[in-house]
Design a binder for this molecule. Structure first.
Ligand code: GSH
Length: 305
């Protein structure tokens, strides 16, 4: 009996794009189901109950979560062609290191670019370009990150290309001028059908992000207690945040609140603002003795890349 494969994702998500590319490399057919992250499907909640995030690959009814883990799973199951992971243990460790660098360092720098203001733009740009240059250095003269063939680090990084135009607009920079060798690598990857057919259009991505930014800015003007009501709970205490406005990093008018929702958890809004607070070591006016940030209270699909 043929394998049944369902991919839960969104068209814009670079994490979903990784999975699409890996499946295309293997020549495997699948059904793509577009998720609405503001109203997640019962199937998504059932198959990724811990993170409740896309992508999820459901193979003959069995779910696999986390994009890089899915790519590795695909490589193991469909091992007849286009190996994505090196067999040599040291090369494998290196590949995992660089894929992780893309996930952590580059994604974090890219988020800063997306939320930067005129004051923070220069730092955000330098950090972001700095990460791209590190990757460019790792690429060196090789055609692909792993060497002669397209592999997991290429799969991890190339979906970010769809966001290059948006990054350039938000940080007022030219990626091709800063990292020409990386752009040569991009064009080499784009010659592969598995990549060119699956990467979302840069302008469509830019429009969508601009729309989200506008929505986010209007959301941040809301009163904190309305947020509690929205989630069917009323806050017991509201902690005001003492982060200076010039360190809010682009989230103008952010309310910057923490809500104690009759549990030991502090609930904050909006998610990108929370990330900025955490990174900046923000102080709170009346800090709770201990608190946990529970990301599951958030609808954090804004600026999530
Ligand atoms: N580390 C995860 C990240 C996936 C991720 O951030 N997915 C976002 C969309 S791009 C999502 O599902 N956001 C909704 C949420 O977190 O509630 C992976 O690599 O799969």
């Amino acid at each position: 009996m043929a394998d049944q494969l369902i991919l839960l994702g969104t068209w814009i998500s670079p994490y979903s794009t990784r999975v699409k590319i890996a499946l295309a490399e293997k020549g495997v057919d699948y059904e793509f189901r577009e998720e609405d992250l503001s109203n997640k499907s019962p199937l998504l909640l059932k198959t990724n109950p811990v993170n409740k995030q896309i992508p999820v690959l459901i193979h003959n009814g069995k779910p696999v979560c986390e994009s890089l883990i899915i790519v590795q799973y695909i490589d193991q199951v469909w091992n007849h062609k286009s190996p994505l992971l090196p067999s040599d243990p040291h090369q494998l460790a290196q590949a995992r290191f660089w894929a992780d660098y893309v996930d952590k360092q580059l994604s974090s720098a890219a988020r800063q670019v997306m939320s930067s203001t005129s004051e923070t733009q220069e730092t955000a740009k330098n950090d972001f370009i700095g990460c791209l240059k590190v990757l460019e250095g790792e690429l060196g003269d090789k055609p692909y990150f792993g060497g002669e063939t397209f592999g997991i680090v290429d799969v991890a990084l190339i979906p970010k290309y769809s966001f290059f135009f948006a990054y350039e607009q938000f940080c007022n920079c030219s990626i091709v001028a800063e990292c020409p060798a990386l752009l040569t690598w991009v064009h080499r990857c784009m010659e592969k059908e598995s990549v060119s057919k699956n990467l979302p259009d840069q302008h469509k991505v830019y429009d969508k992000i601009s729309e989200r930014k506008k929505k986010l800015q209007s959301k941040t003007g809301k009163q904190p207690n309305k947020i509690g009501v929205k989630h069917g709970k009323s806050p017991r205490k509201i902690y005001k945040c003492c982060l200076p406005h010039d360190r809010l990093g682009g989230v103008d008018d952010a309310c910057g609140v923490g809500l104690d929702l009759h549990s030991d958890r502090l609930w904050m809004w909006p998610p990108p603002f929370v990330l900025l607070l955490l990174r900046s070591g923000a102080a709170f006016e009346s800090p709770p003795s201990s608190f946990a940030l529970n990301p599951r209270f958030w609808n954090n699909n804004d600026l999530d890349y």
